[in-house]
Design a protein around this ligand. Structure first.
Ligand code: NAP
Length: 304
């Protein structure tokens, strides 16, 4: 995909896992981009911006004059969000509202990354286990899910005409702490690992998602879209495949979510339907096992 080289993309959350992969792809494609981060100390690489503060976003935009706001920033600590829900809502809700206001005021294209945690809540408990479609009504899970849902609602209410919400799930990439590397490492150290087998969803490799996001930006797509692997599996299935691929001598034992004792609830089923994306891209997304193969083979040096 060749992105119009005159379009300047401001990446909010450039220091995060997805952000690093986006930066890396923009560099490779020579796409003009600005790296926005909040607490990252390297001010030569990252332009400081706090999305909770509208003046901070305005200053950032007046300084860097982007055409596109690509929001990959978020409060992502799912378990901590149960207690620190004020922070989660301030960043994922109010912060996203601020981005929508500023984007609208300047007529900028806003592309926002959301999550499968907007599905699988109370209203979905008796729903058949088929992939969630873009237009299906949400029922978020946990405070993280609610905060992300709030952000989506602000965008839909404030700036539907020139915005795109891309929901994704189970991100993994070399630029951040992720399940694939964690299991690959632990499987080398331990004889047995317990992994939950009652959460079904789908992996998303960040370099693939970055390509998809740039391609959608190029097309100027608006509305809501889902972007994740084609097929579904559980974390247990994922862990088993990692062990198989890495040849580690480790037994993966199935565990229930309840027994895992995590503070935040998680969707038991949150596969996102990808048919709309496949139509737009002209091809279906890869299978999740392919994403793991690509991840394990990835030696890309990501920016610090
Ligand atoms: N990880 C997943 O499995 C997953 C699944 C589905 C959807 N998502 C969504 O995908 C996106 C990317 O996730 P990720 O895992 O790459 O996130 P991440 O690694 O946790 O990175 C979060 C980024 O947000 C920035 N940030 C935090 N507070 C900010 C603020 N007040 N103002 C501006 N920037 C702020 C951070 O900057 P500093 O580090 O500089 O503070 C960091 O660059 C998020 O929208 C997330 O909700 C993630």
């Amino acid at each position: 995909v060749e992105t119009d080289s005159t379009k300047r993309i401001a990446i909010f959350g450039a220091s995060g896992m997805l952000g690093k992969s986006l930066v890396s792809l923009c560099e490779e494609r020579k796409i003009p981009h600005i790296r926005g981060a909040f607490s990252h100390p390297d001010e030569r690489t990252y332009a400081k911006v706090d999305i909770r503060n509208i003046d901070s976003i305005e200053f950032f935009i007046e300084t860097w004059k982007p055409d596109v706001l690509l929001n990959s920033s978020a409060y992502t600590k799912v378990d901590d969000a149960e207690k620190e829900y004020g922070s989660a809502i301030e960043i994922n809700g109010t912060g996203v509202r601020n981005l929508a206001y500023v984007a609208k005021a300047h007529g900028l294209y806003l592309v926002h990354v959301s999550t499968d945690y907007v599905f699988g809540g109370l209203n979905h408990l008796s729903r058949p286990l088929t992939p969630f479609q873009e237009n299906e009504s949400c029922s978020p899970v946990g405070m993280y899910g609610y905060s992300k849902y709030l952000g989506e609602e602000f965008i839909r209410a404030i700036y539907p005409e020139k915005s795109l919400i891309v929901r994704t799930s189970w991100l993994h990439g070399k630029g951040g702490k992720n399940f694939i590397d964690t299991i690959a490492r632990l499987a080398k150290e331990k004889e047995t690992l317990s992994v939950v087998n009652d959460q079904t969803g789908s992996l998303t490799w960040t370099p693939w998602l970055s390509e998809v996001l740039l391609s959608l930006i190029e097309k100027g797509t608006t509305g809501v879209l889902h972007a994740t692997a084609q097929d579904e599996g559980s974390w247990y299935d994922v862990a088993k495949y990692i062990v198989e691929k890495t040849g580690a001598n480790c037994h993966i034992a199935p565990q229930s979510t309840e027994a895992s004792g995590r503070p935040a609830p998680r969707p038991s089923y949150s596969k996102l339907g990808i048919d709309a994306l496949a139509t737009i891209l002209g091809e279906a997304p890869p299978l999740w096992r392919k994403f793991i193969d690509l991840h394990l083979a990835d030696t890309e040096p990501y920016p610090g």
